[in-house]
Design a binder for this molecule. Structure first.
Ligand code: NAP
Length: 251
């Protein structure tokens, strides 16, 4: 897909990977970027006239659907908005509350966005070049790290949704891209400064590159690529390795 002249919707575009995706899509010549954010004021850093900020909390389907009324045409949706509560499954603080937050944003938020926008996305898809949806996941959609087990569960749910969505939308002219960033230097990973991180702009460049090169999946950063290879070789051994990333001991 050639990004030049395309219309792109990016959730969570105000900071982190989403802000970098916005910059990269503009650099690649996107005609218009719809930035779907919780607070429109948080897009004031971006003065490019091709950017329109739409306000919605992706947990709320009515808000997302209301925002969709301002989007007449779309070529790409990038489901990027997400949260990490860094909570284990047992022994953390209020596991169900944190798990619900992660499911509501990461999984139900993605579900809400695709339900609100799929008709706009598919409107002209069969007439010309195929349209795209990118779901920003993590290799934590494929292995569970005990220290953030509830986040992993929410990303597994996004992967399951992604596979079903691909089957449903392929006949309507839409391809789905699975994006697996490794540990990325954003607000989400503050406090993990002892670990190597990839920059948000490198993640964005790789994701926009995957769109341009019509890739079905993209793994970004050494940790993500290593996990891809480990999963291909021996999924059980990959999970055993991830098991070592424990929260505080329970006893
Ligand atoms: N950072 C990493 O190491 C890493 C690795 C793999 C995958 N990822 C995934 O990459 C994506 C972006 O992560 P990031 O590192 O850029 O995180 P971030 O810097 O914390 O940014 C998260 C973005 O999501 C938005 N968001 C959160 N809840 C929302 C809601 N209810 N409605 C609308 N927007 C909401 C935030 O908006 P506000 O500013 O309004 O809160 C913000 O724009 C996430 O899906 C994350 O799981 C991150």
């Amino acid at each position: 897909m050639n990004i030049e002249g395309r219309t792109v919707l990016i959730t969570g575009a105000n900071r982190g990977i989403g802000a970098a995706l916005t910059v990269d899509a503009l650099d690649q010549g996107a005609a218009q970027v719809f930035a779907l954010v919780r607070d429109r004021n948080n897009m004031s850093w971006c003065t490019d006239k091709r950017v329109t900020a739409l306000q919605a909390d992706i947990r709320d389907f009515d808000e997302v659907q209301a925002a969709s009324k301002d989007v007449p045409q779309l070529d790409v949706i990038i489901n990027n908005a997400g949260i990490l509560r860094n909570q284990p499954i047992v022994g953390g603080s209020d596991a169900a509350l944190n798990a619900r937050d992660e499911i509501e944003v990461n999984y139900l938020g993605t579900l809400n966005v695709v339900n609100a926008f799929w008709k706009t996305l598919t409107k002209e898809a069969l007439d010309g070049e195929r349209k795209k949806i990118v779901n920003v996941m993590s290799t934590l959609a494929k292995v569970t790290y005990p220290f953030c087990g509830t986040y992993c569960a929410s990303k597994y749910a996004v992967l399951a949704l992604t596979r079903g969505l691909r089957a449903q939308l392929a006949p309507l002219g839409v391809d789905i891209v699975e994006a697996y960033p490794g540990l990325t230097d954003t607000d989400m990973t503050q406090g993990l400064d002892h670990l190597p991180k990839v920059s948000a702009s490198d993640v964005a460049t790789a994701i926009i590159g995957a769109l341009i090169n019509d890739l079905q999946e993209v793994y970004i950063g050494a940790d993500s690529e290593e996990m891809r290879d480990a999963l291909a070789k021996d999924p059980e051994a990959a999970q055993t390795e991830a098991d070592q990333y424990m929260p505080e001991p329970l006893v």
